[in-house]
Design a protein around this ligand. Structure first.
Ligand SMILES: C[S@@+](CC[C@H](N)C(=O)[O-])C[C@H]1O[C@@H](n2cnc3c(N)ncnc32)[C@H](O)[C@@H]1O
Length: 276
């Protein structure tokens, strides 16, 4: 993708708001995927489209040696501040700046979409034989009780909204399984991933959502003041006395691994890693 250098314009412009008001609620997703992938001491882990790097910080707490990459230099600055020992780089997921077989685990949280399948070639290349991959994407949004929280993204121009729709296609039944199999991954599994955004009030929700890339597409279309007012208005209908605003959204996780020639048929589990 030649336009990755433009990504920071939308994703980086409110990096502090994103990392403090929006990203922390994604922790349920990060913890779940790390647990399923059995991320542990000594794992060399790469997080693709790492954003402000909270997932990297959590993986390092499990003992992983972490790297990350994101197109937004302002989000990468936050990730580096949080994890000074991690190798976090600014760059394009379609051209990863690490040699073949550098990692035991690759994760990407809503970073690799149906519209960016070529990134899978790179995931495969940088994973060691038997390496584990875990990706998340939005699931069935229409049946998600918290889908209202994504509605302000539809204030973008029609063509941008339709691109957003193709991006979420990877969450459809069979889509991710097919993609991973097409790129030579084995032991492909689909899981439901818990995901809930929480906010103290409609105005904080509006400010949090305004810090994201797709919100920027809406802001370009309707202006920031109207975006913030519309988003807060949408949220007001979901306020509950004495409780946070809570938006539960369906997220799908895909787990797989690269074939391991050391196993009997090249597809099974690699030998257990030594704990010493
Ligand atoms: C939905 S956000 C997810 C961020 C992070 N994984 C999280 O959980 O908050 C998508 C991220 O993809 C990054 N991104 C978009 N295009 C990219 C590209 N071509 N290469 C690397 N990162 C990219 C954006 O900067 C943004 O941080």
């Amino acid at each position: 993708m030649s336009d990755w250098r433009g990504v920071d314009t939308g994703w980086g412009r409110r990096a502090v708001d994103f990392s403090t008001l929006s990203e922390p609620a994604n922790c349920r997703e990060y913890v779940t995927l790390h647990q399923h992938l059995a991320v542990g001491p000594g794992d060399r882990l790469l997080d693709i489209a790492c954003g402000a790097g909270l997932a990297i910080e959590l993986a390092a707490l499990r003992g992983a040696v972490c790297a990350g990459i994101d197109a937004s230099h302002r989000l990468v600055a936050v990730a580096r501040d949080r994890s000074p020992d991690a190798d976090v780089r600014v760059g394009d997921m379609h051209e990863l700046p690490w040699p073949d077989g550098s990692f035991d685990v690759v994760t990407s949280f809503r970073g690799i979409w149906g519209t960016t399948p070529k990134a899978m070639t790179e995931v495969r290349r940088v994973l060691a034989p038997g390496g584990r991959v875990g990706l998340t994407v939005w699931g069935h949004l229409k049946v998600s009780p918290g889908a209202w929280a994504l509605a302000p993204f539809r204030l973008a121009a029609e063509e941008k909204v339709s691109n957003q729709a193709s991006m979420v296609a990877l969450g459809r039944p069979g889509a991710g399984e097919e993609l991973l199999a097409a790129y030579g991954f084995v032991d492909v599994r689909r899981i439901d991933v818990p995901f809930a955004w929480e906010f103290p009030d409609p105005e904080t929700y509006a400010r949090a959502i305004a810090s994201t890339g797709p919100a920027f597409e809406s802001i370009q279309n309707v202006g920031e003041a109207e975006f913030l007012a519309s988003a807060a208005e949408m949220a007001r209908a979901h306020q509950r006395e004495g409780l946070p605003l809570r938006a539960e959204i369906a997220v799908v996780g895909y787990l797989a691994r690269t074939p391991d020639p050391r196993s009997v048929n090249g597809e099974g589990s690699p030998p257990p890693r030594s704990s010493t």
